[in-house]
Write a protein that binds this ligand. Structure first.
Ligand code: ARG
Length: 246
C-alpha cells in the first residue's frame, strides 16, 4: 500500500513538473499561405512561420500546437481563448493593434500585383476600374479599397489567397493583390501559371508580427525574448535562408 501510494505520489509529481515545464499554447494559422504556412501531404502544418515560432518556443521554454484556422475570424479566437497565439503572416497595422498585441516585427513584406502575362496593367492605378481578387480582410483588400473605394463592386473577396489566384487564372478577375512572398512562391512553383508580377512604389512596407490577446504581457514577453534569442544565435537567419534564399 505504501509503495503504491509513493508510486502515485511520484507519478503525480512527475506529471506536475512536466506540465509546468511544457506549457502548450494553441496557435492559430491560416495554413493556405505557402511558404509561410501550408499543409503538407501528411496534413502537417509547415512553413516559415511554423519554424520561426517553434524556434522561439524552444528558446522561451513553451510548446506550441498549430491549428489550421480560417483567416476570417482568426483574430477573434484570441479573445475567446480558443487560440493563445496567431502567427499567420499577419501585418502589424494601426487598426489591428487596437484589438490585439503584437510581438516585435519578424518579417518585412509588401504587396504585389499578380496579372496574366498578357495583361496591359503596369501599375497599381491601372486597377482603378478593374475586377481585382483579394483575400477578405487582408492588407491587400485594404489597399484595393483605398484605390477603388470601400464599396467598390470590382473587389472580389475570397476566403483564401490561393482561391483568388485560381480565379485570376480562370479569368474571373483581372488581377490579385497579395503579399509578395506568397505570389512569388506561387509563380515559382507553378511554371505554367501564365502569370506575372508587378511591383508598385506606392505600396508601403509591411511588417509581420506574432499576435496574442490584448494585455497578455506575460506571453508577449516570452515571445519577444525568444525572437531576440533566435535572431542573435543565427537560428532566424538559417530559417530565413531555407525559405527565401540568401
Ligand atoms: N499580410 C496580410 C495581412 O496581414 C495577409 C496575411 C494572410 N495570411 C494568411 N495566412 N492567409 O493582412
Amino acid at each position: 500500500k505504501f509503495l503504491a501510494a509513493t508510486g502515485s505520489l511520484i507519478a503525480g509529481l512527475l506529471l506536475a513538473t512536466s506540465a509546468q515545464a511544457a506549457k502548450v499554447y494553441q496557435v492559430g494559422t491560416d495554413a493556405a499561405y505557402a511558404p509561410f504556412e501550408s499543409q503538407n501531404e501528411k496534413k502537417e502544418i509547415v512553413g516559415f512561420d511554423v519554424e520561426i515560432l517553434k524556434a522561439v518556443a524552444a528558446k522561451a521554454g513553451f510548446e506550441v500546437k498549430f491549428i489550421n484556422t480560417p483567416w476570417e475570424g482568426i483574430f477573434a479566437t484570441l479573445n475567446t481563448g480558443e487560440r493563445d497565439i496567431v502567427i499567420s503572416a499577419v501585418t502589424i497595422t494601426k487598426e489591428r493593434t487596437q484589438s490585439m498585441d503584437f510581438s516585435k516585427p519578424y518579417f518585412e513584406a509588401k504587396q504585389l500585383i499578380a496579372v496574366s502575362q498578357k495583361s496591359k496593367v503596369t501599375k497599381f492605378e491601372d486597377l482603378k476600374n478593374v475586377k481585382v481578387g483579394v483575400q477578405t480582410g487582408t492588407t491587400g483588400d485594404e489597399a484595393v479599397q483605398k484605390l477603388q473605394g470601400k464599396t467598390s463592386s470590382n473587389i472580389k473577396r475570397f476566403e483564401s489567397t490561393p482561391l483568388a489566384i485560381k480565379e485570376l487564372q480562370n479569368g474571373g478577375v483581372r488581377a490579385v493583390v497579395a503579399d509578395n512572398g506568397v505570389v512569388v512562391n506561387f509563380i515559382a512553383n507553378n511554371k505554367n501559371s501564365k502569370l506575372k508580377l508587378i511591383d508598385d512604389p506606392s505600396f508601403e512596407k509591411e511588417f509581420y508580427g506574432i499576435a496574442v490577446k490584448k494585455g497578455n504581457k506575460e506571453l508577449l514577453a516570452k515571445i519577444n525574448k525568444g525572437l531576440d534569442a533566435i535572431k542573435k544565435d543565427g537560428t532566424y537567419d538559417k530559417i530565413y535562408k531555407k525559405y527565401f534564399g540568401k
